[in-house]
Design a protein around this ligand. Structure first.
Ligand code: ADP
Ligand code: MG
Length: 157
């Protein structure tokens, strides 16, 4: 939190529009940054991540899949991004046990689905993105950019 916080809101009407918002975010980010994605199952967190990863140049969007069972996927090309999904961690709240220690120990770009399952203490810039299911193909995306590192996150549409 701070004086630089920027809050942006956008409503998307298709999967592709959400990917576009993600691409716009991905183009602007640099290490270190922690991107926390919240919202119910099917809200579009993984879809948005496809855009973030491709916009950052870490992988093609079609290569981005949900890390629900593996906990973390690493995408690496021009940039490196860790994509974490904490949905299934249950009562394991220890980064070391989870094998996430390395992911967060050195500065990087880290995208986390279901971030409320853990408490993140970091001095990296944090971007909190909330996705809400409005209607079948409509999602409301609220981007809370606590450090003001994104300027045009929702101009893609
Ligand atoms: P989560 O990771 O939040 O569980 P996913 O991204 O895996 O959600 O799934 C979202 C589903 O909703 C996908 O099947 C996607 O195609 C569909 N969908 C429909 N409209 C949208 C939209 N506007 N934005 C994002 N996803 C959408
Ligand atoms: Mg997901």
């Amino acid at each position: 939190m701070g004086s630089h916080e920027i809050i942006q809101e956008v409503v998307t009407h298709s999967t592709e529009e959400t990917i576009q918002v993600g691409r716009d975010v991905g183009r602007q980010i640099k290490s270190p940054v922690l991107i926390l994605l919240s919202g119910e199952l099917g809200a579009g967190k993984t879809t948005l991540t496809k855009g973030i990863v491709s916009g950052a140049g870490a992988a093609r969007e079609e290569d981005v899949t949900s890390p629900t069972f593996t906990l973390v996927h690493k995408y690496e090309n021009a940039k490196r991004i860790f994509h974490v999904d904490l949905y299934r961690i249950g009562d394991l709240h220890d980064l070391e046990t989870l094998g996430l220690e390395d992911t967060l120990s050195e500065p990087g770009i880290v995208v986390v689905e279901w971030p409320d399952k853990l408490t993140f203490r970091t001095d990296w810039p944090v971007v909190k993105i909330q996705l809400e299911h409005v209607a079948e193909d409509m999602r409301k995306i609220t981007i809370r950019d606590e450090a003001g590192i994104l300027t045009t996150a929702t101009t893609a549409l």
